[in-house]
Write a protein that binds this ligand. Structure first.
Ligand SMILES: [Zn+2]
Length: 549
């Protein structure tokens, strides 16, 4: 950790040492209100940064920085850690990543929902890159994704923020059996376990899956328990978007019971992705968390996350039924191109799909950007087709590269209740924040630009939320500890200098469902590994993010 000396050295000796080393590049943040990330009440002071670390915290007279930031009393906190994003592809195409950085985010955890690129052979990378293009975009086909180590090398000191990686369950399944509907057993399971072991050795922080998606949902509970036993050996985290597909092959019908059973039987730390109420169960926090609380009392190690919006966003290729995904992207497109097959798929979407699709608004359609911002019912009406037929046509016309978000509730009162539920959940000590950001297209879900300022600004001021220092703990120290991000998540000597300055009285999200790409205001400075990444609300173009932990 390297912080022992700074902690125990007497102050005068310490200052002499600081003065001697002042020629080395450093930043002095003067007169800020320091929220150290632990949830402790704030203190006023200065923060001295040297190299990539926080050198000292206190009051410093006679110390000069090569860059002095006069903070004027605004808040300084550890950079925010976003536990769930879908930036894996976009970061490779646009390393500035301003939508996230400008929110004060300095670290993102990738691989989410099991939808990512490593470890994958060349052939499987090319297939999965196409298959996931509606949620991850299309990064270069030339990249080596054959290991977690090679994946990490594409981000290390090449993008603006730090990245950590959860091994994608989908990638593991592709390497083991390809796009095939079969729970892993025997030699296939052994291969998958070996890949996870190697990925954890390469520095992954866990395994992520999404049980609304394929090939993930071709697994059964037993497969996941076996895979998680390996993750548990490394104290990694099993991150799960709960199962709502192929529920007949899951313990307890999938959902919460399956995730808890996996934790119980493998000993792995379980982390629930984007777990909050929605339009259907607003106000029912207690009922939502009852089973989880019982499992925690029984010794299952659980954490959770949410984002502060009432509806979600994903890629609608995933709406197609289980069988339609077999064989991978070429086979899916062949089925959509065949009129009889397409009729069968659209009938499924119109009549049998588990959730309505009439709230879909297209966010990302790069081959036909004129559709971005249009709703599925609007396009269906103009074509004189059903919703299912129209969605199948749009998927076909765009080679599956389509993203959407769901409209917010018509009832403002229900929306408000979902916000209040989110705050109640976030007040639990086991909660953190994952934006679930999909920063693609002209009309992304507003969470990609607004999640963190929405919480520390709009929600913090509008609702009777917990104390700001407690809120900040959920965004910093909590995820750093959970995911083993060493020496991050606190303002503390010896820790990496990931720091955000924001004005608690004015910070606010400006991105909305009808104008989603607006940056927040009130976050003037962001520092990543000791380098100014945002200077007076302007991105500096410095790419000092590291692939961690
Ligand atoms: Zn997600």
């Amino acid at each position: 950790m390297g912080n022992k000396t700074s902690c125990i050295m007497p102050l005068d000796k310490h200052l002499n040492k600081l003065q001697r080393s002042i020629q080395i590049s450093n930043i002095l943040i003067r007169n800020c209100t320091i929220y150290d990330g632990t949830g402790s009440p704030p203190s006023s002071g200065d923060i001295l940064i040297k190299g990539d670390r926080i050198e000292a915290v206190g009051r410093f007279e006679g110390i000069e920085g090569s860059r002095i930031i006069e903070a004027g009393g605004i808040a300084a906190s550890p950079g925010f850690i976003d536990t769930h994003t879908h930036s894996d592809g976009k970061l490779l195409e646009n390393p500035q990543h301003a939508n996230s950085l400008r929110q004060g985010v300095t670290t993102e955890i990738l691989g989410q929902d099991g939808l990512s690129y490593a470890p994958l052979s060349k052939e499987n990378y090319l297939a999965n890159r196409r298959y996931l293009s509606g949620i991850l975009g299309l990064p270069s086909a030339e990249l080596d994704m054959s290991s977690v180590a090679s994946f990490k090398s594409h981000y290390h000191n090449k993008v603006s923020i730090n990245t950590a990686y959860c091994i994608a369950h989908g990638a593991i399944r592709l390497e083991a059996v390809g796009f095939e509907d079969a729970p892993l057993t025997g030699t296939h399971l052994e291969k998958a376990k070996a890949l996870i072991r190697q990925g954890m050795e390469d520095g992954a922080v866990g395994l992520a899956t999404g049980m609304s998606y394929f090939p993930n949902a071709w697994s059964d509970t037993q497969e996941l328990i076996e895979l998680c036993k390996v993750v548990a050996e490394y104290q990694g985290v099993y991150v799960t978007h709960l199962r709502d597909k192929n529920t007949d092959r899951a313990f307890g019908g999938g959902g919460v019971p399956e995730a808890l059973e996996i934790g119980r039987r493998s000993g792995v730390k379980v982390h629930f992705s984007h777990f909050r109420t929605n339009e259907g169960n607003a106000g029912q926090v207690q009922a939502q968390t009852e089973l989880i609380d019982k499992a925690i009392r029984d010794g299952v190690d659980v954490s959770l996350e949410l984002y502060p919006y009432p509806t979600g966003s994903t890629f609608p290729l995933s709406f197609l039924p289980s069988y339609a995904h077999e064989g991978g992207p070429d086979a899916v497109m062949d089925r959509l191109a065949d009129s009889a097959e397409r009729k069968r798929l659209s009938d499924y979407l119109d009549n049998d799909y588990s959730r309505p699709i009439d709230d879909a608004v297209f966010s990302y359609v790069p081959l036909h950007p004129e559709l971005e911002g249009m709703s599925l019912p609007q396009i269906a009406a103009s074509r004189g087709k059903s919703l299912g037929e129209t969605l199948c046509e749009i998927l076909l016309e765009n080679e599956g590269q389509v993203g959407y978000w769901a409209s917010p509730p018509v009832s403002v009162s229900i929306w408000d209740q979902i916000n209040r539920d989110a705050i109640e959940l976030l007040s639990r000590p086991d909660y953190m924040v994952g934006s679930d950001s999909i920063p693609l297209g002209s009309n992304p879900h507003p969470r990609a630009y607004g999640t963190f300022p929405r919480i520390i600004g709009r929600f913090q001021r509008k609702y009777n939320m917990m104390k700001l220092e407690e809120t900040i703990q959920r965004l910093t120290d909590n995820p750093a500890r959970r995911f083993g991000l060493e020496s991050r998540g606190r303002i503390k000597p010896g820790y990496f200098a990931d720091v955000v300055l924001f004005d608690p009285n004015s910070v606010i999200d400006n991105s909305t469902y009808d104008d989603p790409t607006q940056y927040p205001t009130g976050i003037p400075f962001v520092i990543v590994n000791g380098t100014l990444a945002v200077d007076n609300e302007v991105c500096t173009g410095k790419f000092t993010g590291r692939a961690i932990p």
